[in-house]
Design a protein around this ligand. Structure first.
Ligand code: PMP
Ligand code: GLU
Length: 392
């Protein structure tokens, strides 16, 4: 008998996303009336700004409900080009831009168009858990390089250089980082860019948290803006989910060199086709007209960052770096002698606090706390976490 349940492909063997599963479980407990403090969700607690919703409604009323080109509408590509130029110093053209149903799919399609069996993809750890699964889905091999809190969790250029082989195809960078909250310094990016140019491999720079940076001495820098050579080797990914509170709208985008954009567009044309049509029209409004609301949300996240860091870093046995961007605090809880999964499941059972265990982020012994929630929730969760740690 044939074993029809055992696929020979790469895609059937992926591990489900723990972040999405834990976030959904915490929401379900809350809906059942359990007093859960959730620090698990990687999504803003804010609603999408009204002007963006109105733009979607207008597009629907105007009958913008059919297919668009698979890689997105020209108005949005032009708005993205404008945004990359104005805010990031990245030179690109509409033909090099692909709009996708979420930044996760932008990452997926870029890796799929670029990598396959025999290729190596370098991942600085801790990393967002989907990168490893996406690379596995293509049949390429992950080469994981650990980073350290004393270096602000930045990839050391010397360690990158040592890991490069003939098969190195891609390096995935994420600044500001999920889960560390680190923002890469320009000088580090310059050295990483020099290695990529010398060794001739591509860089995927996931900048989805770019607008959420909190320290004047740590501005966001796009690696593709550093010089023309690295621009020709870089795929810059961004999206609407985080800065505009639009996680459910599913809109991401990327820019890449034209030779690669053509492959990604072909891939997208056979997989998702275009992202939702009226959502694309709303995204034009978001990119062009919604700065003030984004700034209001950023200031709220900045205050929450200060609050959660001061409360949690004071808990005996827990250590963390002060995040400079995104909305996560990565905490080392290895002093308690539990794995991060054991720690998180006991924390949920005993104190009703939902946090993300970071084994799948290649950060065993660490847990991730999201501060994309109200200050009362942060205070309550931190007090419960403190009691829990004291009980261990
Ligand atoms: N990159 C990183 C680092 C993320 O944390 C997320 C969050 N889901 C994404 C990409 C994808 O975002 P989305 O698909 O919602 O645009
Ligand atoms: N990126 C968010 C997180 O890390 C959302 C969930 C996901 O897509 O992984 O929690």
């Amino acid at each position: 008998m044939k074993d029809i349940q055992n696929s020979r492909g790469f895609m059937g063997g992926l591990t489900p996303s723990a972040t999405l599963a834990i976030t959904a479980a915490a929401k379900a407990l809350k809906a059942r009336g359990v007093d859960v403090c959730s620090l698990s969700a990687g999504e803003p607690d804010f609603d999408t700004p009204e002007i963006i919703k109105q733009a979607a409604i207008k597009a629907l009323n105007e009958g913008k409900t059919g297919y668009t080109p698979a890689s997105g509408i020209m108005e949005l590509k032009e708005a993205v080009v404008e945004k990359f130029s104005r805010e990031n110093g990245i030179k690109t053209t509409p033909a090099q831009v692909i709009i996708a149903p979420g930044a996760k799919f932008s990452v997926f399609s870029a890796v799929a168009a670029l990598c396959g069996p025999g290729d190596e993809v370098i991942l600085p750890a801790p990393f967002w858990l989907s990168y490893e699964e996406i690379v596995k889905a293509t049949g390429a091999r992950c080469v994981i390089i650990g980073t350290r809190p004393e270096n602000n969790y930045e990839l050391l250029p010397s360690e990158l250089e040592a890991a490069v082989t003939e098969n190195t195809r891609l390096l995935i960078l994420n600044t500001p980082s999920n889960p560390t909250g680190a923002v890469y310094r320009k000088e580090t990016l310059e050295k990483i860019a020099a290695v990529a140019v010398a060794e001739n491999f591509m860089v995927l720079s996931d900048e989805i948290y770019e607008r959420l940076v909190y320290d004047d001495d740590k501005p966001h820098v796009s690696i593709a803006s550093l010089n023309d050579k690295i621009n020709e080797l870089t795929i810059t990914v961004n999206g609407l989910s985080k800065a505009y509170a639009m996680t459910g709208w599913r809109l991401g985008y990327l820019t890449a060199p034209l030779w690669l954009t053509k492959k990604i567009a072909a891939f997208q044309s056979h997989t998702t086709s275009n992202p939702t049509t009226f959502a694309q029209y709303a995204a034009v409004t978001a990119l062009k007209e919604v700065d003030a609301e984004v700034e209001k949300m950023r200031l709220a996240f900045a205050a929450r960052r200060d609050l959660i860091y001061s409360l949690v870093s004071a808990i005996p046995g827990v250590s963390c770096i002060r995040p400079q961007g995104a909305f996560y605090l990565l905490c080392d809880i290895s002093s308690f002698g539990l794995s991060s999964s054991e720690f998180c499941s006991k924390l949920l059972d005993e104190q009703k606090v939902a946090a993300i265990p970071c084994e799948a982020f290649a950060a065993p012994g660490q847990i991730r706390l999201s501060y994309a929630c109200g200050e009362d929730n942060i205070r309550k969760a931190a007090a419960r976490l403190k009691d829990f740690c004291a009980s261990l």
